[in-house]
Design a protein around this ligand. Structure first.
Ligand code: ATP
Ligand code: MG
Length: 436
């Protein structure tokens, strides 16, 4: 036998029955996005490397060390282009918004879902191919739309039954306010340079704000005693932050203000937020977002404000499991038992009529060992979770009938159904599909 090949480390196959949980979450999200009037976008998985360097920032973990990049070959469509598998979708979405001039007639509310790629150390909640669901509102400046996005995420937690997530908020103010803070922050860390770890020392001059985001407990004290950005905010920034808080309070959305919650790049401003849980170990952020009013201009568009969030699908599903949230698994309504191959033409025609009427049908099909015994077919019918077995026995077919046997109500009741009138009894076999 040929050598076995496995998936790339950190990249997962999503298989049944697990894939049903994914479909269920995706359907729930799709429905919810519709209720908030967010429209779906799908951008390419490959983009020019330069987009992420500009759109995420050179001094971030992602651009410094996590991207899957390669140089494409020249042909008439491209010239040795440096391409990257998208590590996130905001940059691509903003590129598309600019490229297609989508803001020409006002703000847009958009959402996406799909795989993202980052070369990180694979562990629970951290993969090399992972999936995000994201929502972005572009062209809107006020705290009302920040609040709308947070309400949307909160509504999702409620719909899927997540209770152990809490909301943390902060404001990053505007670049000029951050510059004042930055100078004092650097002074503070320089004075305490002996208490900084490797990452901290490296970030001291490139990206000191990111030091606040450290996960190193040994740096707790030096970080907690650092000057707080919020004390540097002017009246307008504070009004935006307070406006957001007032809307959240009016909607009974609990939050805490975390002065250490930051994004390290200059085009992030004002609102930042995270939904976090204590139940997933150190990978506890399930959703992260904030305002990026200067990004569109940074990528070459006409300046326009924007705000959004992205959630990690694997972490959300993991938390649902952790909380014991069950979702309906897909099962057929009917399993067709076909004792002899001679019955197949009639069987497939009948099953087709049932499916046309909306009934979910699993057909018993032959393996290399044939169709198998009547008994083994019933065992399969039972294991499939079907509500009914539909038996295409030679005797009943000769009478123009099939036998319908109830598998789940304990009665085992059998009734004859006419092959000439499938449409009339098909409707009685249908159960509502999951997630409708
Ligand atoms: P972290 O600090 O955990 O590395 P991040 O700041 O890199 O997170 P974002 O870029 O803000 O994460 O991405 C938004 C969300 O996507 C995260 O909150 C998380 O739920 C999820 N996520 C990010 N990276 C991964 C990954 N490698 N594997 C699985 N989920 C991820
Ligand atoms: Mg990361």
């Amino acid at each position: 036998m040929a050598e076995k090949l496995n998936a790339v480390k950190g990249m997962n196959d999503i298989l049944p029955p697990e894939s049903a949980r994914w479909e269920w979450l995706e359907a729930t999200v799709r429905d919810l996005m519709g209720r908030y009037a967010y429209r779906n976008v799908r951008t390419p998985i490959l983009e020019h490397t330069a987009l992420f360097v500009r759109g995420i920032g050179e001094v971030t973990d992602i651009v410094e060390k996590e991207m899957y990049s390669f140089q494409d070959r020249s042909d008439k469509y491209g010239d040795n282009d440096h391409l990257t598998l998208r590590p996130e979708n905001t940059a691509g979405l903003v590129r598309a918004v600019i490229e297609h001039n989508m803001l020409y007639d006002g703000g847009k509310r958009l959402w996406y879902t799909g795989p993202m790629f980052r070369r990180e150390k694979p562990q629970r909640g951290r993969f090399r191919q992972f999936h995000q669901i994201g929502a972005e509102a572009l062209g809107f400046a006020g705290p009302d739309v920040d609040a709308e996005l947070i309400l949307l995420a909160s509504a999702l937690w409620k719909t899927i039954g997540l209770t152990d997530v809490r909301l943390e908020l902060n404001s990053l103010g505007q670049p000029a306010e951050r510059a004042l803070h930055r100078a004092q922050l650097i002074a503070h860390f320089e004075k305490n340079a002996d208490k900084l770890d490797e990452d901290g020392k490296r970030r001291l001059h490139s990206n000191p704000l990111r030091i606040l985001d450290t996960k190193n407990p040994a740096m707790k004290e030096v970080v907690e005693s650092a000057p707080k950005l919020i004390d540097f905010l002017g009246a307008e920034s504070l009004a935006h932050f307070e406006g957001l808080q007032a809307i959240l309070k009016a909607n009974d959305i609990a939050f805490t203000i975390n002065p250490r919650l930051v994004r390290g790049l200059d085009y992030y401003n004002l609102t930042v937020f995270e939904f976090v849980t204590d139940r997933l170990g150190s990978q506890g952020t399930v959703c992260a977002g904030g305002r990026y009013d200067d990004l569109i201009a940074q990528i070459g568009g006409k300046p326009a404000p924007a705000v959004g969030w992205a959630m990690g699908v694997e972490r959300v599903l993991d938390l649902m499991k952790e909380q014991g949230t069950d979702i309906p698994l897909p099962t057929p309504d009917v399993y067709a038992v076909v004792p002899g191959a001679a019955a197949m033409p009639v069987a497939l025609r009948t099953l087709q009529q049932l499916r046309d009427a909306g009934v979910r049908v699993q057909m018993h099909a032959a393996t290399v060992d044939g169709l198998g015994s009547f008994k083994s077919q019933f065992k399969r019918a039972d294991n499939s979770g079907a509500t009914y077995a539909l038996i295409f026995g030679a005797d009943e077919l000769a009478r123009g009938e099939v036998t319908l046997k109830a598998l789940r109500d304990g009665s085992g009741a059998q009734t004859a159904r006419s092959l000439a009138e499938v449409a009339t009894w098909a409707a009685t076999l249908q159960s509502p599909a999951p997630n409708t």
